[in-house]
Design a protein around this ligand. Structure first.
Ligand code: ZN
Length: 60
């Protein structure tokens, strides 16, 4: 049994493998570098959702 969790980036559909995480934790997609939040974990599979990261001060 692997202790790794797997999921797919909702943006670029890259397979993401992570060490054990808990719901609500965030990670970065290795491909598109989007910030993803763990929405649910079911049977070793992560449900990931995008997190909007706003950088309001950037370029203003
Ligand atoms: Zn991605």
């Amino acid at each position: 049994m692997s202790t790794l969790l797997t999921g797919a980036c909702p943006e670029c559909e890259t397979d993401v493998t992570t060490p054990p995480m808990v719901q609500g934790e965030t990670l970065s997609c290795p491909e598109c570098l989007l910030t993803l939040r763990v929405d649910d974990i079911s049977d070793g599979t992560l449900s990931l959702e995008m997190v909007e990261v706003t950088l309001r001060d950037w370029g203003q």
